[in-house]
Design a protein around this ligand. Structure first.
Ligand code: NCD
Length: 309
């Protein structure tokens, strides 16, 4: 079954062929946007964005993507401003969304919330982040960024993940997507924030070579360094967060000791884990990565609505 007309709930749902199609379509849309501000493909279509957790890039790029395709957007942002604050259930909220829109993107603090949403309504649902679960569309734009830089096609490539690998939902999604390619993965984190068991199983089943370490000097071997924020909002005990929040800092000095062709990625927002002294460095691709979200989300919206381009 192709990825078209489905909901997007987990990065695990995509086949290698789906990924090839999504990367190609995103590339076509990136090129098309250079010549036109509005592709006028989705006249009369409505996207609903339901964001019950903080977001900047994800929501804005979904909304910009819909606008650039010529569609319209309605949105409910923040629990406190929707009827959920009055005690309405997510199910009842969704039932409204189903009749007001053709497709919806949802972010929620509860793992599995978007799967529940997809089971409750008939329009395609996009998981825009479910707690410490997954963030598949971020994973896809990360993959697109690696591909656009020509790294995905290399015969031997090492991706190092740094930071909060336990709670970092973007990592959980990207790891599954990368398992379709010839890659070597290195997970750099405090032991307490290491890769959850289910992703170990997945990588083993896929035959991906990987290793784990607490030592950030492992970044030296990598072609791609994917840095993440320690996810403060997921910690039950705030003292634990305090212990780990400054665990790693990737700065110009460290990058100077790494491969010349290293690229440094980050899903953003960043705190201190990527130093601003790296921003002007040729290795820094995190702003380009955020930009790419627009093209990839355009591609996904078109696919889910089954509009050919
Ligand atoms: C990420 C998220 O929400 O998981 N942000 C994003 O969507 N770009 C990463 C994070 O919040 O640390």
């Amino acid at each position: 079954m192709s990825w078209r007309r489905q909901s997007i709930l987990s990065a695990g749902q995509f086949s290698a062929r789906d990924l090839e199609e999504i990367l190609n379509l995103s590339g076509k849309l990136e090129t098309a946007l250079k010549n036109s501000r509005n592709l006028k493909l989705l006249d009369d279509y409505v996207l609903a964005t339901l964001f019950f957790e903080p977001s900047t890039r994800t929501r804005l790029s979904f909304e910009a993507a819909m606008h650039r395709l010529g569609g319209r957007v309605i949105s409910a942002v923040g629990m406190q401003f929707s009827s959920l604050a009055k005690g309405e259930t997510l199910f009842d909220t969704l039932k409204m969304v189903e009749s007001y829109s053709d497709i919806c993107a949802i972010r929620h603090s509860v793992e599995g919330a978007s799967s529940l949403a997809a089971r409750s309504i008939r329009i395609p649902v996009i998981n825009a982040g479910d707690g410490a679960g997954e963030h598949p569309t971020q994973g896809l734009l990360d993959l697109y960024t690696i591909h656009r830089r020509g790294y995905l096609e290399r015969p031997q490539m090492t991706v190092a993940f740094i930071g909060d690998i336990k709670y970092g939902r973007t990592i959980h999604s990207l790891v599954q997507l990368l398992s379709h390619f010839k890659v070597n993965l290195v997970f750099i984190s405090p032991r307490e924030l290491s890769l959850p068991e289910k992703y170990h199983d997945l990588l083993k089943r896929a035959g991906v070579s990987y290793s784990e370490t607490e030592d950030i000097s492992a970044l030296r071997e990598a072609h791609v360094g994917y840095v993440t924020r320690i996810q403060e909002e997921r910690f039950i005990d705030h003292r634990e967060y305090e212990k780990f929040k400054d665990a790693y800092v990737v700065d110009a000095e460290l990058v100077g000791q790494c491969r010349k062709d290293l690229i440094v990625m980050h899903p953003l927002p960043r705190l201190t884990e990527v130093s601003t002294d790296l921003d002007a460095h040729p290795s820094a691709v995190y702003f380009e990565q955020a930009n790419n979200g627009l093209y990839v989300r355009m591609a996904l919206i078109l696919g889910l609505l089954d509009i050919n381009y």
